[in-house]
Design a protein around this ligand. Structure first.
Ligand code: NAG
Ligand code: NAG
Ligand code: NAG
Ligand code: NAG
Length: 387
C-alpha cells in the first residue's frame, strides 16, 4: 500500500510536473502568440479612433432605442409644421426606426443623463438657419428626456426679443434646471454680419462673422454652425443682398454668385473661429455640413417628394469620402491644425429622402425640413459622441 502510494505519488509528481510544464508552455506560448496581435490590434484601433469618419457607415433598422422621444409628448419643443407624429395625414412612421452606424467609430446611444452630466453648468449653441433650428428643437426633446425636465427661458441673457413665436421662428435660449445646462438657438441665414443699408438693400459682409457669435462666444462651450439654403440666386435677388468684403460692395461678379459667396462666408467663419480657439480653452466648435434639399422637379412651391419607403437608394454612403460639403472640408483642411470639427451629416441624410415632412405639413410640399423625431436626432447622436 505504502509502496504503491509512494510509487503513485512519485508518478503523480512526474505527471504533475509534466502537466505543469505543458501549462506553463501553453500560457507562455499563448502569451507570445497573443501579445503580438493584441498590441497590433490596439495600434490599429488607436489609429481608427483618430481617423474615424462618422459620416461613413450605414443605416440599420432599430425600433427599440429609436425614436429617441415621442412627437406628441414633446410637442412643447417642436414646430407643429415639422412634428409629423401630430399630422393627421401622415400614417407611415417607418422612417423613425433606423440608427446611423459609422463603420469605424463606436457611437453610444444618446442618453439625457450622460449628456447633462457632460454639459453640467455649460452652454451649447446652435447658430444657423431653419435646419439649425430643427437640430436645436431635436436636442431640446432629447436633453429634456422627451420634454419631461423643467426648463427656464433665459433668452434675455442673449438679448433675444421676447415673443411667443421665438421657438418656431426666432432665436431663443432655455436652461435645463437640474443640471444648469443652457441650450441656445440663434437664427442667421448666413453666419455673416448683415446690415440693412439705404434703399432697402441688405449688405452681406461675407468676411465678417455674425456679431452674435463674437459677442457671446465666451459664454459658449459647444458651438454648432450651419448655413446653406438661403445662398441661392433667387433669395439673394428677392432679399436684395449686396455682397461686401472689406466693408465695400464686391465688384468681382465671380465672388457674388450664390455658391462662391457661400464658400467664402463658410471659409471665413471657420477661419475666424479657429483663430479664437486659443483664447477660449474648452470651446468645441463644429461646422455642420449642409442638410440636403430633396425636391424633385422643382423647388419650394413647385417640387415634390413622394417616396415613403426607407432606403430606396441603399443604406450606406460611398466610403472614403462622404462629405459633399467641399467648401467646409477645404476650409478645415487648409488650416494647419484646425480645432474646428466637421459634423458631417450630408451623405447620411441624402439616403433618407422619405423622412422629410413631404406633403403632410402646412406647406404644399416640404422636402427640405425633416420630420421630428427623425433625422436631426441622429445628427445630435453623432454630436453627443464627439463632445
Ligand atoms: C421591430 O423590429 C423587429 C425586427 O426587425 C420586428 O420583428 C418587430 O416586429 C419590430 N417591432 C415593432 C414594434 O415594429
Ligand atoms: C457655473 O458656471 C459659472 C460661470 O459660467 C460659474 O460662475 C459658477 O460658479 C458655476 N457654478 C458651479 C456650481 O460650478
Ligand atoms: C448657471 O449657469 C449660468 C450661465 O452659465 C451661470 O450664470 C449661473 O451662475 C449658473 N448657476 C449656478 C447655480 O451655477
Ligand atoms: C473628397 O472629395 C473632394 C471633392 O470631390 C476632394 O476634393 C477631396 O480631395 C476628397 N477627399 C478625400 C480624403 O478623398
Amino acid at each position: 500500500m505504502n509502496l504503491g502510494t509512494s510509487k503513485s505519488s512519485k508518478y503523480n509528481g512526474v505527471i504533475l510536473g509534466i502537466v505543469g510544464l505543458v501549462i506553463v508552455y501553453i500560457i507562455t506560448s499563448k502569451k507570445i502568440v497573443i501579445q503580438f496581435p493584441i498590441s497590433q490590434w490596439q495600434n490599429k484601433a488607436g489609429d481608427r479612433v483618430k481617423s474615424c469618419n462618422y459620416g461613413v457607415g450605414k443605416w440599420v433598422p432599430e425600433n427599440i432605442t429609436r425614436p429617441f422621444y415621442s412627437g406628441s409628448k414633446c410637442r412643447r419643443w417642436l414646430s407643429p409644421a415639422m412634428n409629423c407624429n401630430m399630422m393627421p395625414k401622415r400614417k407611415d412612421f417607418s422612417y423613425q426606426w433606423f440608427r446611423w452606424q459609422p463603420d469605424n467609430c463606436h457611437v453610444p446611444d444618446f442618453d439625457h443623463r450622460s449628456f447633462l452630466k457632460r454639459m453640467k453648468n455649460k452652454t451649447i449653441a446652435f447658430v444657423g438657419d431653419s435646419l439649425g433650428r430643427q437640430q436645436f428643437q431635436s436636442l431640446m426633446c432629447m436633453a429634456t428626456d422627451g420634454g419631461r425636465l423643467s426648463t427656464k427661458d433665459v433668452g434675455t441673457e442673449y438679448n433675444f426679443v421676447k415673443s411667443k413665436d421665438a421657438l418656431v421662428k426666432g432665436s431663443c435660449a432655455y436652461r435645463i434646471r437640474i443640471s444648469n445646462t443652457t441650450i441656445v438657438f440663434h437664427g442667421t441665414r448666413t453666419l455673416c454680419e448683415m446690415k440693412p443699408s439705404s434703399d432697402d438693400y441688405m449688405a452681406v459682409h461675407i468676411d465678417r462673422i455674425d456679431p452674435f457669435i463674437s459677442q457671446f462666444l465666451h459664454k459658449i462651450h459647444v458651438l454648432v454652425l450651419n448655413t446653406k439654403h438661403h445662398w441661392t440666386p433667387w433669395t439673394m435677388k428677392r432679399d436684395k443682398w449686396v455682397v461686401h468684403v472689406n466693408g465695400s460692395p464686391v465688384k468681382d461678379k465671380k465672388l457674388t454668385t450664390a455658391s462662391n459667396a457661400r464658400n467664402f462666408a463658410v471659409s471665413s467663419a471657420i477661419h475666424w473661429l479657429d483663430s479664437q480657439l486659443s483664447r477660449h480653452p474648452g470651446l468645441n466648435v463644429f461646422f455642420r455640413s449642409f442638410s440636403p434639399n430633396q425636391f424633385s422637379n422643382g423647388d419650394w412651391n413647385t417640387g415634390t417628394c413622394n417616396n415613403l419607403n426607407p432606403l430606396l437608394h441603399g443604406d450606406r454612403t460611398f466610403s472614403g469620402n462622404s462629405s459633399y460639403d467641399t467648401p467646409a472640408i477645404n476650409a478645415i483642411t487648409q488650416l494647419p491644425a484646425s480645432g474646428v470639427k466637421l459634423l458631417d451629416v450630408t451623405g447620411l441624410s441624402i439616403l433618407r429622402d422619405e423622412a422629410h415632412v413631404s406633403k403632410f405639413g402646412i406647406h404644399r410640399y416640404d422636402c427640405l425640413h425633416w420630420c421630428l423625431p427623425g433625422i436631426p436626432d441622429e445628427w445630435n447622436n453623432l454630436l453627443f459622441a464627439q463632445i
